[in-house]
Structures are given as C-alpha cells and as structure tokens.
Design a protein around this ligand. Structure first.
Ligand SMILES: Nc1nc2c(ncn2[C@@H]2O[C@H](COP(=O)(O)OP(=O)(O)OP(=O)(O)O)[C@@H](O)[C@H]2O)c(=O)[nH]1
Length: 699
C-alpha cells in the first residue's frame, strides 16, 4: 500500500524535487499531494488519507512557528516533518519540541535516506497509535469489569489498580503506585486470621500462576474485611523474564463467604469429632515449629492409637465405635491447654501437639495424664467401655525439624509402645528409626519376594524315637534375599504379619508343602506327613478354609498327610471360634498339632476341648534336659500328660544324644532337631528320606 505525502510549500522547485524523488523511492511507494497555502493544507487535512505532512514554515498566508502550530493541531494524529534551510534550524528544533517528528534540510532531497526516514516516521506513528488504542481499550475494559485487578512490578510494588481495585482496597491508584502489594492488598486467612504469605512474592519466585483461592479476607484500608477469591499470575516480557504479577480478585459476598468458610472449616476438621484433621494439624505444627525456632523453645508431638479398638467395632458395631471415638476426643481436649492442638488423623489415631514445653520431657506428663484420663470408663448407652491407648512422643528439635518428620517419628515410637504391651508411652529414639528403616526395607522386599520366587521351603525330619524311622517333616520357610542372602522366619515373619503379607505367603507355603509331599508319596516314601506352621493372621483369615480345600484338591494330596501346627496364642484369644475352625479342619481330614507347647497359656481344659492329634514340646524346655531340673520336670510332666491324653508327643530342638536318651526313657513318641538332621532343601531331604537317619545316632 502506498503512503500519501502532503507537501505544504509555496516553492514549486521544492515540490518538484520531492515529486521526482519520492514516487520512485525503493522504500516507497509514495504518492504526493501538493498545496501552497496553510488554508489549503488545513482544508485537505479535514479529509482522510494523508500519512505524513512535509511543511515549509513560510507560506503566503502564514509565517514561522504559527504555521507549524496550526498545522499540528489540524493534522493530529498525522506526523509532521518540517522543510528547512540551515538558517532555520532553530525553528526546526523548536517544532520538534512541540511535536514535529523531525526536519528535512532543503537541498538534500536526493539523499537516499529521505524516503527511509519518511517511512519509519509513518510506521512509528502508526505503531504508537495502535498502542495507544490498545492501552485505551485495556484501561476501559479493566475499569468496566467487576473484578479487581492489581498489577505489580517484579519487586512486588504496585504499578496499576483498576477502578474496582481502588474501591475495594480503599487506595487511589495515584497513591498506591510504588507501594508494596502487601500494604495495599493485605490478606488474612478467614479461619484464624493469620496473614497469608504474600502471593505475589510466591508467584514471582515460583514463576507460575497461583490458582483461585476462596478462603481469603482482604483487609481494606479502613480496617474492614471483605471475603474475596483471588488468583495471581506472573507477567513476562518478550524474553520470558518476569516483569511483575497481576492479581485478579472479586468480592464473594457474605452468603458465599459463609459457605466458603463452612467448606473451609469442613476441609480442615474431622466430621466425627470436630477436631482439626491432618491438614490443619500440619499447618499448626509448621506454625509452632517456626515460632519455636524463633523463640528457642521446644514442642512435642504425641501420636496416640487406641488399643484393640477393632474389637469394640466388631463386638458393638461401628456406631458405638464412633461414639467412643468422640468420647476419647473430649477426654483428650480436657487433658491439654487451650494453646495446644488435638487432632484426629483418621481411624483410632490422634495426634496431640504440645507447645512451649520448657523441657520436651514434660510431654511425658501430658502422656501420663492422657493415659489416666482414658482409663476411666466411657459411658455409652447402657455400657461402660474400658479403653487404653499407646502413645509415641517425638520432640522438636531433637527428633526432627519438619512437621512430617515429627509426626512420622512419633508414629514409630507409638509402634514401640504397642510392642511393649500397649497402654504405655514411648519417646522416640534414633535406634527406633533405624529399626523402622530396617522394617521398611524388609517390607518392600517382602512385597516383591513372592513374585520374584525368592522363597523356598526347607524340611526338617521328625523321627520316631523307638524305631528311628522318619515319620514326617516340618516345612520351614526360607527367604533368599537378593542382598542379604538366606533369611530365617524370625527375621521377617513378624513384619509380614504386621503388613498382612503373611496371608499370601502362608498360602504359598501350604501349596508348596502339599506339592512336595505329593511328590514324595508318588516316589514311594510312605507313610510321610508334612507339618506346616499357621500364623494367627492366616488362621483368622476368612478365606483360610477355602484356600486349604482348594490347595488339597489342586495338589491331590491326601489330607491325612498334612499336619497344621498352631501355637496356643493363635487359638486361645477366641477359643470358641478356634474350636469351630479346628472341627472343620478335622472333618477335612488334616492332622492338628499344638506348637511350642508350654510357652503360652498351657491350659489343660482347652486341650481336651480341641480335636488335637499332636503336642509339640517347645525347644526351650528340651534345651536343658536332663541336667536342668526345671526343664526336666516340665518335659517329664508334659510328655506323661500327652501320652495319657493319647496325643502324639513330639519334642522339638533335640540336639544331643543325652536329650535323645532322656526323651526315649520318657517314652516320648518323636523327636525333631539338629541331632537327627538340620532343616534341608527339598532335594537333600529326598536323599535323607531314602537313606534314613544314620544308625549310629539311634543306638
Ligand atoms: N467406629 C469407627 N471405626 C473406625 C473408623 N475409622 C477406622 N475405624 C476402625 O478402627 C480400627 C483401627 O484398628 P487398628 O488401630 O488398626 O487396630 P486396633 O484394633 O486398634 O489394634 P492396635 O492398634 O494394634 O492396638 C479398624 O477396625 C477400623 O475399621 C471410624 O471412623 N469409626
């Protein structure tokens, strides 16, 4: 598109010279219009289409600066350049100061830079106009919307407020500019009136927008508060550098503010007990840590888990469980100061934040108070419930400087309180952490071990003490850990129980033992039975009986060749339930043995009640015989009792000829232990089944 140049000059030779140069210019094209007088020029400028004016100061109807002033007023916003001689430079300079875009020296029209200068001037003016319109449009838009808009520079100082922002903050734009945003736009949390971290600083530091948040109160200049929702976004320049931030916010009105406040409250509190939940606890804890750091004080975190709470739910129903939890919450609140926090993390877990302790150990006092308070009966409906709790304590700064670490370490200490028999409290120590890390390592390994086929079964023979024949084997689990090598059950079973992995592991053990026994039977080793240990969790698992039936069917093993070993502690807590399962097991046809007899309840009455075939005397009693009188008496009594009740009695842990001889003299049926053979991998056990126990060991 060509540009139209209006030449305002009375000198024909000048107009002619420009006419000769401009239409052919490479930077063009330019079209030319020429007028001789100011009046004609003014008239022409009332119409459209002129892109630039080139004017002489001296015209027939106007002279000097007046010519420029008149034209400038009529031409706006068309750019003007003046045509001057060297003697008129002063006029040219003054015109530039008054708004001219520049000047052209007469006699230099052939200069190649002239068209370029004209084109640049026209272009610059066009850009300026577009920018002006753009700014105007933005300003008008921003001033007409109902949202407040504030922008800042990269230091967080105000650079702009729209009308709504002026009204809502109480600051006029002119006053606010240059002030820190936190001064003009101060925000507090609508739950506890705590100041928010400056969102602009955060956006500039993190270089990403902050999403809309609806739980903020804007404190106006006059001190009034307004519930708002706001978002903040960074402003970048063309190089991607942060130049500031823009805040957009709106007044959400009292009804919505109330709803938001309610929702915010719900998001921070537990609905059952109305206590702060984990989110609010972490917030308070972080705040308390910051304060303790500043003041050099300490604080303690008490992690509390009710003992055997599941039993209450199971026996009285979830609703009663809920009421008990609410009662516990109330007791906990009564044990602490108003400045402390009791929170419920979920389930039967509570965390208590005790602040401003002079000595962290003072938390023990709170723990004792809590334990004593919870011990009082809780009256719910017509019942009085007795409940205890285990508490772990971590202290700041000794046990961690982060909220998460303190809670985690208190949780670890709580776990040890459970291990110590429940109803007590334990302070966290670093050794616990090492053990917790170790447990974690084992647990992670266990989760992989089944799939990675890292388990195997070893078998230890049981020997008839009269005939010396092998009557069966006990299957013993081994874990070939890729880093630790061979691991025994004592290293990992309790962890597998804690994380529930014992159930699939037990299923694998049962299947593998049945499969191997079937192989031995098919190979002609008869009669032989294999004993498998059943843990409490596996025994109480609701799929236990069905799994067992499936495995027996799958492996086609005669159930009489499978012996299940159960400890007294598995059976006794709920003997009626146990008896029902044992009767079913009996009807399936498997043999039942009481393992580790003598270490647990050793109740004779249940022995008669349960359909048991075998009594296994625990190796701790066999160890000292015949020299150790106490053990000698126990082994003698248990063997005699077992025989008279018509059980097969098996002594575990036989290691010496003396023990073997003594057990034989008692007419104990069978023995098991390293004296006859250590536990062996399946192939070596197969060889032993072929050769039998060495003759010299038996006589
Ligand atoms: N009534 C009720 N029970 C819950 C709620 N949330 C979780 N529970 C139950 O609380 C029990 C928590 O049990 P645990 O802490 O794992 O075990 P426990 O029986 O207390 O035994 P220990 O902690 O080992 O002493 C589980 O049975 C959950 O089902 C709840 O909101 N209300």
């Amino acid at each position: 598109m060509s540009n139209l140049v209006l030449i305002v000059s009375d000198r024909a030779e000048e107009a002619e010279a420009l006419r000769n140069v401009l239409p052919q210019a490479i930077d063009g094209p330019f079209d030319i219009e020429w007028v001789r007088t100011l009046a004609r020029a003014m008239q022409r400028l009332t119409g459209d289409g002129i892109d630039i004016v080139l004017m002489d100061f001296f015209l027939p109807d106007s002279k000097g600066m007046r010519t420029f002033d008149q034209l400038f007023e009529a031409a706006a916003p068309v750019p003007i350049m003046t045509l001057v001689t060297e003697g008129e430079m002063d006029l040219a300079q003054e015109a530039v100061q008054r708004g001219a875009q520049g000047y052209i020296l007469k006699g230099h029209f052939r200069n190649a830079l002239l068209p370029q200068a004209l084109r640049n001037t026209i272009h610059r003016k066009q850009v300026e106009d577009a920018l002006f319109i753009e700014k105007e449009r933005a300003a008008v838009t921003l001033d007409s919307i109902v949202d407040g808009v504030i922008s800042t520079d990269s230091e967080g100082r105000i650079t702009y407020l729209n009308n709504t922002a002026e009204r809502m903050t109480g600051w006029a734009k002119a006053e606010a500019i240059g002030h820190p945003v936190a001064e003009v736009f101060p925000l507090v949390d609508n739950i506890n009136r705590k100041s928010f971290n400056d969102p602009v600083v955060q956006v500039i530091q993190e270089m990403r927008p902050l999403a809309l948040r609806a739980d903020a109160l804007l404190v106006r200049r006059n001190g009034q508060e307004a519930a708002i929702e706001d978002s903040v976004a960074p402003i970048y320049d063309r190089r991607g550098k942060i130049r500031g931030a823009v805040i957009v916010f709106r007044d959400i009105g009292p009804a919505q503010a109330l709803m938001v406040q309610k929702m915010t409250y719900q998001a921070h509190h537990d609905s059952l007990t109305d206590l702060p939940n984990r989110i609010l606890l972490i917030d308070r804890l972080e705040h308390a840590i910051a304060l303790a750091k500043r003041n050099g004080t300490t604080l303690a975190v008490l992690f509390l888990d009710l003992d055997n709470f599941k039993n209450i739910n199971d026996s009285h129903g979830h609703a009663t469980g809920d009421q008990l939890l609410a009662s516990v919450a109330q007791r906990l609140l009564n044990c602490i100061r108003a400045s402390d926090t009791v929170s419920r993390l979920g389930g039967d877990e509570f965390v208590i934040l005790v602040t401003e302790e002079r000595h962290a150990e003072a938390a023990a006092h709170t723990a004792e108070k809590i334990i004593a308070s919870l011990a009082q009966p809780h009256r719910i409906q017509q019942y009085a419930f007795h409940i205890t709790a285990s508490i772990g304590i971590s202290t700041f700064p000794a046990d961690g400087e982060e909220a998460d670490t303190l809670i985690r370490n208190a949780d670890t200490a709580m776990y040890y309180a459970k291990k110590k028999g429940r109803n007590n409290y334990q302070f966290f120590n670093a050794a616990m952490n090492r053990r917790a890390v170790e447990r974690q390592f084992i647990e992670v390994g266990l989760r992989r071990a089944l799939e990675a086929q890292e388990f195997s079964l070893y078998y230890q023979p049981k020997v008839n003490l009269k005939t010396g024949k092998i009557t069966g084997v006990e299957a013993l689990l081994r874990w070939h850990h890729p880093e630790r090598g061979l691991m025994l059950p004592g290293d990992f079973v309790s962890i597998a129980e804690d994380c529930g992995l014992i159930v699939p592991i037990s299923r694998w053990v049962l299947r593998e033992a049945c499969r191997q026994t079937k192989l031995w039977l098919e190979a002609g080793f008869k009669p032989i039975s294999t004993a498998v240990n059943i843990s409490a969790l596996a025994f109480h698992n609701q799929n236990f009986l069905q799994d067992l039936r499936d495995i027996l069917q799958e492996t086609a093993l005669d159930p009489a060749c499978l012996e299940l070993e159960l400890t007294e502690s598995v059976l006794m807590p709920d003997s009626q339930f146990s008896n029902e399962i044992l009767q079913t097991l009996k009807s399936i046809g498997v043999k039942l043995a009481i393992d580790d007899f003598g270490t647990g309840y050793s109740s004779l009455s249940y022995l008669q009640e349960f359909p048991i075939d075998v009594l296994k005397i625990d190796q701790s009693f066999v160890r000292g015989i015949p020299e150790l009188a106490r053990n000698r008496i126990i082994v003698t009594a248990v063997t005699g009792m077992g025989i008279s009740l018509k059980y097969r009695v098996i002594a575990e842990g036989v290691e010496t000829r003396k023990q073997f001889s003594f057990l034989t003299s008692l007419e104990c049926d069978e023995g098991q232990g390293n004296y006859f053979s250590p536990p062996l991998a399946a192939d070596r056990c197969t060889r032993l089944l072929k050769t039998g126990i060495a003759e010299n060991l038996l006589h």
